[in-house]
Design a protein around this ligand. Sequence first.
Ligand code: SF4
Length: 390
Amino acid sequence: MNTALITPESGEGPPGLYIHIPFCRSKCGYCAFTSYPCLDAPPADYLAAVEREAARMAASPWAQARQFATLFIGGGTPTIYEAEELAGMLRTLRSSFVFVDQAEITVEANPNTVTPEKLATLRAAGVNRLSLGVQSFSDRLLTAIGRSHTQAEAMAAIQAARAAGFDNLNLDLIYGLPGQTLADLRESLVIALECFPEHLALYELMVEPGTPLARGVEEGRITLPDDDRMAEMESMAQELLAARGYQRYEIANYARPGYECRHNLNYWHNGSYVGLGASSVSCLSGLRLKSVADPAHYASLVEAGEAPYTEAEALGLEARFRESVIMGLRLLEGVSLPRLAARFGLTPQAYYGTTLERLVERGLLVFSGDFMRLSDQALPVAHQVLAELV
Ligand code: SF4
């Protein structure tokens, strides 16, 4: 096929902007994210570096040609900074980049780093979506994974968020915790549902190499629920959430109608995005850039006027096609076949051949209308299925 006229960008929606704040109060036992424990105030020069990088990136022809639909300040724990510091950065970002009307602006927060005043300041600064890292409403389980907050702090943070005017609230929960029973998970979900969040993310606990959790599991000190129990938890959660009006729209994400996370939808549609901050990743129409992980190194490079990247890669058309398939299959609706054809001039059937045929024969992949999606049976083993399409 002649791909000379294929332009993947023509099928992209507007890009998103992500800011990484790599500091937390303490390090959770399972965490493999780039985040550093910060007992004192987090460094002000880091936010200054982000703002400086934002100005440089916003002046690029690529960014100048685009309006951004979402801004996501994640971490780490962004709310480890004072609200005024975050609001100041937000002002700079909003004056540097052009955003669409009604852009989705999310800040991630941990329950013990917010106060009613801090949340009110963020809301007044234009943040219209709050994502709270609750993880569990059981103090026993929170302690087991090294979280630094309590159930009471989570409830207080949710109440404060509502009082501050947040009407788009996500709660992050994790299942598969050490010693967690089906009843434990049900109890956390029921408490979460009583708070009526617009969005719920329910992640499976991953055992990441090199973490205290991984060492505990290897040494037999920590026991995790087995595969059967995990499958029971997943199916119980899906049933409970569906009965309460939450649609599962991605493997780990549930939303009330109209509250799907627009920022993450852009990732799953394999759209473009700018990432600013240590260890952040940008994907600018197929040019992938990764920043250095160390925040002090990042800040010093930006301060010196140098690009803070540690990796740069121009992705070819086929690599972007494969990524679009794999990311799109995370969505319950699946990946749009006409959109793949328009962006890449390729079809999954022709590209993957017998590999795809076998997945269909095994009942793991389904074609339905204009979409190819994972079957219900494939959802609990999605990682294995997607690995066959990498
Ligand atoms: S709060 Fe999140 S980013 Fe920070 S250490 Fe815990 S899991 Fe990692």
